[in-house]
Design a binder for this molecule. Structure first.
Ligand code: SAM
Length: 281
């Protein structure tokens, strides 16, 4: 009998992947965690029935959450990852020898342990000596911290369940305070395509714009996320990701990246007209 994983992308659109096996299914104190094996996407896991990470397209997401900021401020030394339990964002950060400290605050230890067992492609660098793991709510963790990080990467779930507070104005204000003078905040910005996701994208962007003097949105292509068209937000106190982009310096690091490159860095900030209009409305 054929086995399919099906996820609801909207009330009238489903997305399905043929799977070979469904080999892990556990309820953590925060969410339901499932792992599957598939021919097309390799191993993948879902939280509360939503695709998080798969072996085939994870490089797109993890390149784009990490390297855009690193090529805007190549001197970043202290980084905080909020969420990111699969470890893919930390893996990309550990490729920079000059980064001194990486804190990762993940609310759900079970996600991390399961990824260490079943998804080594992303979780393999969580034991890097520069990495410290904190198992707590990122919202509480950041509150009251001042001038501690050069970069905060919010690698969260959607704005429902444990991730909801990570899309709030109070949280963005705490991130601003926790960042250094040249600090950068990158956050998961949902998709502009289907109205329910676009609504969340606009809400986050409006809140961030009130707090950070520089606030932009950039796009990338994730085949397994709703519509395949996904966004990150770039916010900072001083640095503009286009005019302060330092391609020569970034290229001197010699990183071999499969999705990100210096041309794409500039291009990903050039938004389609419908996205520009959504942001301006
Ligand atoms: N890249 C994927 C994506 O966006 O779909 C997955 C990112 S990662 C798996 C998201 C993680 O955020 C989850 O493991 C979840 O437990 C964590 N998370 C959600 N809310 C959180 C919070 N308030 N504090 C810390 N971590 C949180």
């Amino acid at each position: 009998m054929e086995l399919w994983y099906t996820e609801k992308h909207t009330d009238t659109v489903d997305f399905s992947i043929k799977v070979k096996k469904h080999f892990y299914s556990e309820q953590s104190p925060f969410q339901h965690i499932d792992f599957f094996e598939s021919e097309e996407f390799g191993t993948f896991f879902t939280l509360d029935g939503l695709m998080m990470v798969n072996e085939k397209d994870e490089f797109v997401y993890h390149d784009m959450i990490t390297h855009v900021a690193m090529a805007t401020n190549p001197d970043i030394k202290r980084v905080l990852v909020i969420g990111g339990g699969d470890g893919g964002t930390v893996r990309e950060l550990t490729r920079y020898p000059h980064i001194e400290e990486i804190h990762m605050v993940e609310i759900d230890e079970m996600v991390v342990r399961a990824c260490q067992s079943y998804l080594p492609i992303t979780a393999s660098k969580l034991d890097d000596p520069r990495v410290t793991l904190f198992f707590e709510d990122g919202l509480k963790f950041i509150h009251g911290k001042e001038n501690v990080y050069d970069l905060i990467l919010v690698d969260s779930t959607d704005p429902i369940g444990p991730g909801e507070g990570l899309f709030s104005e109070a949280f963005y204000t705490d991130c601003y305070t926790a960042l250094s003078e040249n600090g950068i905040l990158i956050n998961q910005h949902e998709s502009p395509y289907y109205p329910s996701y676009a609504h969340e994208m606009k809400r986050s962007h409006t809140k961030i714009k009130k707090i950070f003097p520089i606030s932009k949105v950039y796009q990338f292509h994730m085949p397994t996320y709703p519509s395949g068209h996904w966004l990150f937000g770039f916010a900072s106190k001083k640095l503009d990701p286009v005019t302060d982009h330092k391609p020569e310096k970034w290229e001197s690091f010699g990183l071999d990246t499969r999705y990100y490159n210096s041309d794409l860095h500039k291009a990903c900030f050039a938004l389609p007209t419908f996205v520009k209009r959504l942001l301006e409305e």
